[in-house]
Ligand binder design. Structure first.
Ligand SMILES: [Fe+2]
Ligand SMILES: [Fe+2]
Length: 202
């Protein structure tokens, strides 16, 4: 049995998502509708009733959509640097979509827990972070380049994509994840020294 369902998104849900993720409005059709459908389906398939209750990671109290918004802004800044410094040509729409969707499946890998925290779900023991999102995105019909970046972005993924989307997503994600970890009183990635210190699934 699938752990998610793809749904049509209600206008009020789309409005809530657009308010949380302002860069969504910059995407062309049909990419914008696909990103909306992905997040709307993740919400509908999850144990959360509101986007704002989703968390970046257990024990952090850091909002998942806040992290997503920050990763998107940081990724666009990195793209501007890559263009200025290296004359890089990076598809802006595909990059925004990958940045906005990279942690989509955390809605299904976590569920509301006690004291406003989140717990890992049964689904998280079956499919790794990134892979579940990629199944949803494939069913919705996103471009494979975007799916590949999402599917392989986790720091503990056995295979990491090597294109420009993956490059920017990685550093934008790590930069913003570290800020969330610092604010949560946890050890950030940039202070870790041994591979075994790396936390899974970020
Ligand atoms: Fe992330
Ligand atoms: Fe992630």
């Amino acid at each position: 049995m699938k752990s998610y369902r793809i749904v049509e998104v209600a206008p009020e849900t789309e409005a809530a998502l657009a308010a949380a993720l302002p860069r969504l409005s910059e995407l062309p059709h049909p990419l914008r509708a696909q990103v909306v459908k992905a997040w709307g389906s993740a919400l509908a398939s999850s144990d959360f009733t509101r986007f704002e209750d989703m968390a970046f990671a257990p024990g952090t109290g850091y909002g998942l959509l806040r992290h997503t918004r920050e990763v998107c802004e940081t990724g666009l800044a990195l793209r501007a640097s890559a263009e200025a410094l290296w004359l890089a040509q990076i598809d802006r729409d595909a990059l925004i979509a990958a940045l906005l969707l990279h942690d989509l499946d955390k809605a299904l890998l976590y569920r509301p827990g006690p004291d406003g925290n989140v717990d890992a779900t049964i689904v998280s023991q079956r499919l790794p972070h990134g892979v579940l999102a990629s199944l949803m995105l494939a069913e919705i019909g996103l471009d494979e380049a975007i799916i590949a970046a999402v599917a392989t972005h986790a720091v503990d993924a056995p295979f990491r994509g090597q294109g420009p989307l993956e490059h920017i997503l990685h550093y934008a994600d790590m930069f913003c994840a570290d800020q969330a970890l610092v604010l949560s009183g946890k050890m950030p990635f940039f202070t870790k020294r041994a591979p075994g210190d790396l936390p899974a699934g970020t």
